[in-house]
Structures are given as C-alpha cells and as structure tokens.
Design a protein around this ligand. Sequence first.
Ligand SMILES: [Zn+2]
Length: 187
Amino acid sequence: MYFDTTHSGEYHCALMSNQAFPARINPRKWAEKGSSWTGELPLSQFTRLTGALQDSEGQVKASVEFGVDEERIRYMKCDLSASVKMTCQRCLTPVELTVETSCSLGIVWHEEAAENLPSHYDPMIVSEETAEILPVLEDELIISLPIVPVHEDCTVQTEFSDPDEPILDDRPASNPFDVLAQLKLKK
Ligand SMILES: [Zn+2]
C-alpha cells in the first residue's frame, strides 16, 4: 500500500501497482474513499478487444482514479495506453499501433440519472452495489481502435513481417467493426 494525498489533503489508501485489479469492486465506495489504481493489465484478459487484434501479447498501462466532485457526483477517470498489433488494411501484414484513451465517467444508478449528468461525463450505469470495471476499460479501448488500421508507409519492412512467408491466419478474419457491433448490442 502507498498513500496519496490528491484528494482534499487527507490520506487515502491506494492500491499498489503490482496488485491485480479486482474483478468486482464497489465503485461508489471507491469514489467516496478517493481510491486509485495504477498498473498494467495483460491484454490477454480483454478477449473482446483481442478478437480485433493480431495477437494478445502485451500489457495495457492503466491508471484509474475514483472520486466525488464538487456537485457530489461520483466519478471514475481512466487513462489507458497499449501497444497493439492489427492487420494493415492496405498491405495485410501486421501493423503495430499505440492505442491511447482516457475516460471520465459519472457513476449513476440508472438511465434517467445518466441523462442528468453534466456533459463532461459519460455515464457508467451501475445498478447494483458492485460492478466489474475491466469490461468498462475494455469498451474504452475497443472504441479507440482505428477503424481502418494502416501502416504510415507500407513499403517499410516491419520487424513482424517476413517477406518469404505468406501470411497465414486460420482465425476467422477479425474486423474492428464486428467488435463495435457487439459493443453496441451490449449497451
Ligand atoms: Zn501496410
């Protein structure tokens, strides 16, 4: 454990970065305590995301912060970045991309409260005491994937491509649109 003093000068416990992010948390409690978490999450645990990627190797750097703002709105803010491999839509070889995103979510009980949130928050509807946060972070990553991933310059040989071997991939062709479609259905 270490302590941070970012909220109102009081000491708050913050989870240490080498601790795994818990599967379920009580986000309102975390907000009231001003809890935060910084660390790395294996890409392999985000299977909806990796469905759109070449592989699931690597880590997502994540920083998640909970708090209560001056309007008494409980929020979760996140900063995420990951290096991912997708298929270049121009030359069909792997392209490594950096995905970076941040979120600012107001924690609400239901849809109606979501509509009353100030516009700088996106809603995070948590209708129970506890919630899984990782799928929320995964959604944020999925929507920040490029829709048409391409190399800046396809003629530059990347370390991943081997010109002597044809690109074989026996997985069904994955397409970020499919993932987005699934995401829409879920909401
Ligand atoms: Zn390319």
